[in-house]
Design a protein around this ligand. Structure first.
Ligand code: ARG
Ligand code: ZN
Length: 479
């Protein structure tokens, strides 16, 4: 689903239909290849041009002992131009591609582009059903020298940001093209599969010794937020106070972190309910969390409806901050997604500030205390201050500056506009871009409109200027 594009195309179609017969009719352009990327300023070849996906049906079989993965992904899409060929982002070995029932020819271009040439031309507006069959060993497939796919002692993790999708399903791999998902995975009996959304069915034994797990995401989801955890997990299913499905999963290999992990992730629903009062209604159909074996991932990720946490986050005891952070991303990142990866502050700055708000609400330290602490933590000559949170660069989009200076920026905004306006801005932001994509410039414009203040100096200083901002200098006191 690419909302803005669909709207523009519809307007164009109406305009063309209304063209008087006497007007000069331009000859129809010859079908052209869909672009190999969407022109992201950091990752120009991520995503593809010429079509818009509405649904992925991902059907897999996985052998934990050997990391063998076979699959069929069916993509429902709509052409947005006359297409002679189009690309999918995919790194595994493909055995066949069909487009609307016809065998298509296909070729790999570089490590993660699959070029598909349909047997018949595709017209703008046409519905496409693309069926890709594949078989490979994801841990052995490197793109730019690495794989995000993780093998564990008992299974595997398909999780990563921005790159993970091309190690397990072909896609239009950019947050601007969200879609719904059905994910079905056949694994040996006794192995569990956890993914996004809800379970439309309990696992079904479909072959002797093998069971298929079914997961469904009914709200639009960016491709990088689709995940899969395969292995030995305790799965806990519950219903939230608000009536939503809660599904949490804990690796059997958490060792001494097992209790602290449960003491944190079992509070997910409490966190989501609190965040709803601060950020607006929770955007998705289910909740939960997955705790993976210690040091398997090394980070946490805001996978839609069900964040993933490396077990090590709970090594000192409970850790509500990581739960608050990843669930805040459900609003900031998953529902309101970056229009371009350059805007990563819209995800990480906001999820980090949510931690300060939780601290304040819990009486563990105010946001102002955390601001003062963080400001002093990095001396003025620390390289930390040289990274611009509003444009950290393609090499290190997750630099600490995006998180910490990013949260400091929001605190400065809060001081400049006052609490009432600040929290109204947050709620208006999540409401007006729900299930969509947005830019930092749009956030600044909204904050200026709602506060009636010129905030250019504040945003320029805190997001786009290297060096530690002076506190109380005129440039930061935008009001
Ligand atoms: N978005 C994640 C977070 O919640 C960070 C992802 C970092 N990615 C990585 N491959 N280490 O902060
Ligand atoms: Zn984050």
């Amino acid at each position: 689903m690419r909302r803005a594009l669909v709207a523009v195309t519809t307007v164009l179609a109406v305009a063309l239909a209304g063209t008087p017969a006497s007007a000069t009719v331009r000859p129809r352009a010859a079908p052209a290849p869909g672009g190999p990327g969407v022109g992201d300023s950091y990752y120009p070849d991520y995503g593809n041009g010429g079509y818009d996906v509405s649904h992925y049906d991902v059907r897999l079989r996985y052998w934990p002992d050997t990391d063998k993965l076979t699959g069929t992904t069916t993509i429902l899409a709509r052409a947005t131009q006359d297409l002679s060929q189009f690309n999918l982002d995919f790194a595994l070995a493909v055995t066949s591609v069909r487009v609307n029932g016809w065998q298509a020819s296909f070729a790999r271009q570089g490590a993660h582009e699959l070029v598909v040439k349909p047997a018949r031309p595709v017209n703008a507006g046409q519905q496409l059903t693309v069926v890709v069959q594949y078989a490979d060993t994801p841990s052995a497939v490197k793109v730019n020298g690495f794989t995000s796919w993780v093998r564990t002692s008992d299974g595997a993790l398909a999780v990563g940001e921005p790159e993970i999708a091309w190690w397990w399903f072909p896609s239009n791999d950019h947050p601007t093209d969200k879609a719904t998902f059905d994910i079905a995975v056949l694994v040996p009996d006794g192995t569990q599969v956890v993914s996004n959304g809800v379970m439309p069915s309990q696992p079904v034994r479909e072959l002797s010794g093998w069971s298929r797990w079914y997961w469904r995401s009914t709200k639009p989801m960016a491709t990088y937020l689709a995940f899969m955890a395969i292995g030995q997990y305790e799965i806990r299913t519950d219903t939230s106070v608000s009536g939503q499905p809660v599904i949490n999963a804990y690796s059997d290999n958490l060792g001494e972190f097992a209790d602290a992990a449960r003491a944190s992730v079992e509070r997910t629903s409490e966190v989501v309910d609190w965040e709803s009062t601060v950020f607006g209604p929770y955007p998705f159909e289910a909740r939960g969390g997955v705790v993976t074996p210690p040091a398997s991932m090394g980070y946490a990720l805001e996978d839609q409806t069900r964040p993933m946490y490396d077990g090590r986050f709970f090594r000192r005891g409970s850790n509500m901050y990581v739960v608050v952070h990843e669930n805040a991303h459900q609003w900031f990142g998953d529902s309101v997604s970056v229009a371009d990866w350059r805007n990563i502050w819209l995800n990480e700055g906001f999820a980090s500030y949510a931690e300060w708000l939780w601290s304040e609400a819990q009486g563990e330290g105010t946001a102002q205390e955390l601001f003062d602490y963080t400001y002093a933590l990095y001396p003025p000559d620390d390289p930390f201050w040289q990274v611009k949170p509003g444009d950290p660069g393609a090499q290190d989009p997750f630099h600490a500056a995006v998180y910490d200076r990013g949260a400091m920026t929001l605190h400065q905004l809060r001081l400049a506009v006052g609490d009432d306006t600040f929290f109204s801005i947050l709620r208006e932001w999540t409401a007006s871009h729900r299930y969509g994509n947005a830019t930092i410039e749009q956030f600044q414009a909204l904050a200026e409109k709602m506060s009636g203040k010129d905030l250019d100096a504040l945003f320029t200083t805190w997001l786009f200027t290297p060096g530690r901002p002076n506190l109380g200098s005129p440039s930061t006191m935008a009001a």
